[in-house]
Design a protein around this ligand. Structure first.
Ligand code: ADP
Ligand code: NA
Length: 332
């Protein structure tokens, strides 16, 4: 059996969104404070699966680190680092590329969504992404991965890779990792389209709330968020066929640490003209301290780089022996 250990990552492919915060980073902080060993990564190599301007990638990586720190991750209690600074991730990913099957990758809904109609023109890295993600997790023998609902399928694939590796080589070497998906806002949707997830890679800035948005921007985006003309219902069932309304109440619930039912006890019956300003005030109240701290940290890039360098060294101390043992198992 394996010692409990948490790993998770976020791509520095753009500014952090409210979806990343509620679905991932806020829960990273909770797990850090639970006393379990926690390893959090900026997955810069994953970001590269779609084109990134080199300067933007560098800036977004520092901004993501600032976001982690501002949201409450403590580099003395968690390991924080860049994926590309720990080469064991890509070394293990190659072995997993040879364990995983093409069909497993081609079935992933994120691959289908991101590659779009012209799959032949997508990068090979975009297809192989879940194999690198499995390596990110398993190179630490991580047992638990806090992620949003959108990543559940990739964690299942990580489990399939671990199971096949263990079977192929007749070992019990890699743990069968559990996704940790909980809370009201495990899936925050776009403000413009209730069927798409809020994402930093959405071309429309109005579709998302960024952690660096100021109070006016947050209020404006919520005011213009797509809704329907009905007042809010008093029970969650009343939101079943109202994706946009459901999303806004879900965000309200997550920001006030309750669930849909709890939020509707407070705001059920209200019109959007009344509810939207309440949601905007709450979002500003919760996000302003984070964005202020992020700006302060962004003025100290050397300090951020020092923290990440130290994190990478500590991460390698765990990953290197696990990779060495993997090489021995497979005959390298
Ligand atoms: P993005 O889609 O913004 O590029 P990533 O793929 O880097 O996000 O995901 C980083 C983490 O944030 C993952 O744990 C993912 O599940 C979570 N996450 C991303 N978007 C959302 C969302 N809209 N709602 C909830 N969680 C999300
Ligand atoms: Na993603």
């Amino acid at each position: 059996s394996f010692t409990p250990r948490v790993f998770s990552g976020v791509q520095p492919s753009g500014g952090l969104t409210l979806g990343n915060y509620l679905g991932a980073i806020r829960r990273f902080v909770d797990m850090q404070n639970d006393g379990i060993e926690t390893i959090y990564c900026m997955v810069d190599l994953h970001a590269m699966t779609v084109w990134q301007e080199p300067d933007a990638l560098r800036r977004n990586t520092r901004e993501l680190a600032a976001g982690y720190l501002a949201a409450g991750l403590d580099p003395t209690r968690s390991i924080l680092f860049n994926q590309s600074q720990v080469p064991e991730h890509t070394q293990l990913a190659w072995i997993f590329n040879c364990v995983a099957r093409m069909g497993w990758m081609q079935r992933m809904t994120q691959w289908k969504d991101k590659a779009g109609k012209n799959q032949q023109n997508a990068s090979l890295g975009l297809l192989a992404y879940p194999s690198l993600m499995a390596a990110d997790i398993l190179v630490y023998h991580a047992t638990h991965v806090p992620v949003g609902e959108d990543q559940k399928q990739h964690i299942e694939l990580t489990r399939d890779i671990a199971i096949k590796f263990n079977n192929d080589f007749g070992v019990d070497f890699f743990p069968i990792t559990e996704p940790v998906i909980e809370g009201a806002a495990t899936r925050v949707m776009s403000l413009r389209d209730g069927t798409r997830k809020m994402s930093k890679s959405d071309p429309s800035d109005m579709a998302r709330i960024n952690l660096t948005d100021d109070a006016d921007a947050i209020a404006n985006k919520i005011r213009k968020a797509r809704t329907d003309p009905e007042p809010l219902p008093s029970e969650p069932e009343g939101l079943a066929a109202r994706a946009e309304a459901r999303n806004l109440v879900n965000i309200y619930a997550a920001l006030s640490d309750t669930d849909l039912a709890g939020a509707l006890r407070e705001v059920g019956g209200k019109q959007f003209s009344e509810f939207k300003p309440m949601l905007a005030d709450l979002a500003v109240e919760k996000l302003a301290p984070i964005s202020t701290e992020m700006s302060r940290l962004m003025e100290q890039p050397d300090e951020i780089d020092r923290i990440l360098g130290d994190g990478a060294a500590r991460a390698r101390d765990i990953a290197a022996p696990i990779l060495a043992k993997t090489y021995e198992i497979v005959g390298l």
